[in-house]
Design a binder for this molecule. Structure first.
Ligand code: ADP
Ligand code: MG
Length: 283
C-alpha cells in the first residue's frame, strides 16, 4: 500500500516538476557556531549550545532529540524567524538575516487560513509575490494534484482531516518554490497510516525536486525512513552528539529489517545521551 502510494507519487511528481515553475532546486545550508539563550525577565534559558552543521544542496537531514532540546529553536533560527545569540546561518551564498522565500517552515499544526478554501490557501504566497491570477490558479492546481487533493479545491480547513491539512500546507510551501524546506514534526499529530503515506509522498517529492530538507522529528523510524543523515541531539541545551549516515536504498520501507535495526541503534544512542546529560543536570 505504501509502495503503491510511493509509485503513484513519483508519477504525479514527475509531471509536476516537468513544469518550469517547480525547478526550485535545493541550495546548501551552513550553520556556523549557532547558539541560543533565551532571556526571560530574571532567568536565562540556554536552549542551544554552539551548533556547526553543513547540509548539502538537495540533502535530506533529520534532527532527532528529546523534547525541549532546542530543535524548533534551531529551525526558527534557520528560517530567520528567531535571532541566534551568536553564530551565523548561510543559505547558499547568502547569510540569513530574516525570513525569505528561499526557505519555508512547516509545523505540526498546519498554519492554514480558515477563511480561505484549499485553492486560495495554496495560492496565498503566489498572490503575495504578485503572480497574475490565471497563472497562480494553474500553479496552485498543479501542487494540489501533487499532494493528492484534487477535488478538494473548494473545501475549507475545518472540512479537512489532519493529514489533508498537512497536504495543503505542503502544497502551499512547494508552490512558492523554496530551495529549502524546514519541517518541524510535520507528521507528529497524524495517525500511523496517514503518517506512513505522507512520509512516502514527501520522499517522492523530495527525490524529484531535489530540495534541501531539514526535518525535525522525535520518531526514530521516521528519521531513518527519510534522512540521508540523522543527527542526534542531547537534552537542553542541545548539541549534536552523534551523526548517522543512512545508506539504505530508497524508497525505504518502514518494516524493512535493515531500517528497523538502524532505528534501534539510533534509539539506543538517543537514550544514552539523555541519561548522560540528565545525570549531569541532576534530572
Ligand atoms: P524542542 O523543539 O526541541 O522541543 P524548543 O526549541 O522548542 O525545543 O525549546 C528549547 C528550549 O528553549 C525549551 O526549554 C523551551 O522552553 C525554551 N524556549 C523556546 N522558546 C522560548 C522562548 N520564546 N522564550 C523562552 N524560552 C523558550
Ligand atoms: Mg519543537
Amino acid at each position: 500500500m505504501v509502495d503503491q502510494t510511493a509509485r503513484e507519487s513519483r508519477q504525479v511528481v514527475a509531471r509536476a516538476v516537468a513544469e518550469p515553475q517547480a525547478k526550485g532546486e535545493g541550495i546548501p545550508l551552513r550553520i556556523v557556531g549557532v547558539h541560543k539563550t533565551f532571556a526571560d525577565r530574571d532567568r536565562r534559558i540556554p536552549a542551544l549550545q554552539p551548533i556547526d552543521l553543513e547540509v548539502g544542496a538537495g540533502e535530506f537531514v533529520c534532527l532527532l532529540g528529546p523534547s525541549g532540546c532546542g530543535k524548533s529553536t534551531l529551525l526558527s533560527i534557520v528560517a530567520g524567524l528567531e535571532p541566534a545569540s551568536g553564530g551565523s546561518v548561510w543559505a547558499g551564498e547568502r547569510e540569513v538575516r530574516g525570513t525569505d522565500t528561499d526557505r519555508v517552515l512547516l509545523f505540526q499544526e498546519a498554519a492554514l487560513f480558515p477563511w480561505l478554501d484549499v485553492q486560495h490557501n495554496v495560492e496565498f504566497g503566489l498572490r503575495q509575490a504578485g503572480m497574475p491570477r490565471a497563472e497562480r490558479a494553474a500553479v496552485a492546481r498543479r501542487f494540489i494534484d501533487l499532494v493528492h487533493l484534487g477535488g478538494f479545491e473548494r473545501s475549507y480547513v475545518h472540512q479537512l482531516s489532519g493529514g489533508m491539512r498537512q497536504r495543503v500546507a505542503l502544497a502551499r510551501a512547494l508552490a512558492i518554490n523554496p530551495a529549502v524546506l524546514l519541517m518541524d514534526e510535520p507528521f507528529g499529530a497524524l495517525d500511523a497510516l496517514t503518517r506512513d503515506r505522507l512520509q512516502a509522498e514527501l520522499e517522492a517529492i523530495w527525490a524529484a525536486t531535489r530540495k534541501t530538507i531539514l526535518f525535525v522529528t522525535h520518531n526514530v523510524r521516521e528519521a531513518v525512513a527519510l534522512g540521508d543523515r540523522v543527527l542526534v541531539f542531547s537534552p537542553r541545551p542541545g548539541r549534536i552528539v552523534r551523526e548517522f549516515r543512512i545508506r539504505l536504498p530508497r524508497p525505504r520501507r518502514l518494516e524493512d529489517h535493515a531500517l528497523v535495526d538502524q532505528a534501534a541503534e539510533i534509539l539506543a544512542v538517543l537514550h544514552a545521551a539523555a541519561e548522560m546529560e540528565g545525570g549531569r543536570h541532576g534530572r
